[in-house]
Write a protein that binds this ligand. Structure first.
Ligand code: UD1
Length: 420
């Protein structure tokens, strides 16, 4: 199994190019099922989760190829079945995102029930309630969610009880080919939803309200071929900005979009980081001294992203003062805190809040990654620590960060991938 060996203590300096966003690429890949025409996608990151989604499209009968310019082409002209198998769904919950497109196009879909996962129970009940509101009948058989319709999906007026990114995406994709108008209220407003809307619009979908919490979709009879460039990954960008801050270095991100990073940049500035935003570039500079601890509470966009919470825990661990971080989106997403204690961090967990008293120095230790963003935070802690840190179970990080060790090496980090 692969692990990272990090020798910390070097300020990171240099430039990093940001990859395409995993959380935009996954729903967009699912949305290619909505048309018989060929969809061409660029800036799709090379990640294990993307490979899983491509395998899933293949299992449904789609043809996926990559041309010499790394443009990904998907042809879902002749799908052979509407069943997302357990073997793929169990490795990636986002597989549920094929349900909306399959229901929209064929009036039927079967997706293995996504189980619990390391960061809490993460149900899909709101996706299913939405499909029911659009006229689908939902059954659970042999561990599969089986959705059927009599005469296809019909538009509806649906209010999400909780803001859900995946739920919004799934219902949006279902609604674009439904009969009539759908209004989705209390919808998620994440930039990845807007990216999906832009892709769907390019295919001919009629959608209004993206970026707000009410989406209005007028169903159309078919969607067409389109070319689309996936947005840059705001969480990858945020992770490297925090790594620059925690190691008291200076990193410039190329191809990043600062508009998507509003609160994250605000919090970095609160921590004393000098952040310079230019067209397509963001620079974080912390060479002037030690960061200050910050307080934050996660919330749906435009609030502070849950996917950046663990990285800020790592920053607070070596910062000056005391900081409190509260996770409101997922239960059980504070597992990195215990691992950081093993590195000498002064951390207390109180329910969904971690209280961190910053230490001038933490020390390398063997630690274990528990989920994607927790792994990223342990990498940051390892880079900031004195001595050697081995991080086990880095398959989590390979799901969501493209060549992270190479990118970090290019800015001076001493990090190597090893196997045992
Ligand atoms: C997506 C992101 C993930 C991010 C999360 C929140 C992808 C592939 N993943 O996950 O990186 O951390 O948004 O920004 O884009 N919920 C329900 N019922 C449902 C659906 C969700 O109760 O049917 C709850 C969840 O348990 C959670 C909250 O709603 O407490 C938000 O979850 P959701 O926004 O759906 O997260 P994902 O789409 O799974």
């Amino acid at each position: 199994m692969d692990y990272f060996r990090i020798r910390g203590g070097t300020p990171l300096q240099g430039n990093i190019r940001i990859s395409g966003a995993k959380n935009a690429a996954l729903p967009i890949l699912a949305a290619t099922l909505l048309t018989r025409d060929v969809s061409s996608l660029s800036n799709v990151p090379h990640l294990n989760d993307v490979t899983t989604m491509v395998e899933l499209l293949g299992a449904l009968g789609a043809e996926v190829s990559v041309d010499e310019t790394t443009m990904l082409q998907v042809s879902a002209a002749a799908l052979t079945n509407q069943r997302a198998p357990y073997e793929l769904v169990k490795t990636m919950r986002a597989s549920i995102l094929v349900m909306g497109p399959l229901l929209a196009r064929f009036g039927a879909a079967e997706v293995s029930f996504p189980g619990g996962c390391a960061i809490g129970s993460r149900p899909v009940d709101l996706h299913l309630k939405g499909f029911e509101a659009m006229g689908a009948e939902i059954d659970v058989r042999d561990g599969y969610i089986v959705a059927t319709t009599r005469d296809g999906l019909v538009g509806c007026d649906f209010t999400f009880e909780t803001v859900t990114v995946g739920g919004t995406e799934n219902l949006l994709m279902a609604a674009v080919l439904a009969d009539g108008r759908t209004i989705l209220r209390n919808a998620a407003r994440e930039p990845e939803i807007t990216d999906l809307v832009c892709f769907l619009r390019g295919m001919g979908a009629d959608i209004a309200g993206d970026g707000s919490s009410t989406l209005t979709i007028n169903g159309v009879s078919e969607l067409k071929a389109s070319h689309y460039r996936v947005m840059p990954d705001r969480i990858e960008a945020g992770t490297f900005l925090v790594a620059a801050a925690a190691t008291r270095g200076r990193i410039t991100l190329e191809g990043a979009n600062a508009e998507h990073l509003g609160v994250v940049v605000d919090k970095l500035r609160d921590a004393g980081v000098s952040v310079l935003v230019e067209e397509g570039r963001i620079t974080a500079d912390m060479r002037s001294g030690r960061p200050k601890a910050v307080d934050l509470i996660t919330a749906p966009y435009p609030g502070f992203p849950t996917d950046m919470q663990a990285q800020f825990t790592a920053l607070n661990v070596i910062a000056e003062g005391e900081g409190q971080i509260t996770e409101t989106i997922f239960e059980n997403r504070l597992m990195q805190a215990r691992e950081m204690s093993r590195m000498g961090a002064d951390i207390k967990i109180d329910g969904r809040t971690v209280i961190i008293r910053g230490r001038e120095q933490i020390n390398g230790a063997p630690v274990m990654a528990s989920d994607l963003r927790a792994s990223a935070s342990l990498v940051i802690a390892g880079l900031a620590a004195v001595g050697e840190t081995d991080i086990d179970r880095i398959y989590h990080i390979d799901r969501g960060y493209e060549r992270i060790e190479e990118k970090l090496q290019s800015v001076g980090a001493n990090i190597v991938r090893k196997s045992r």
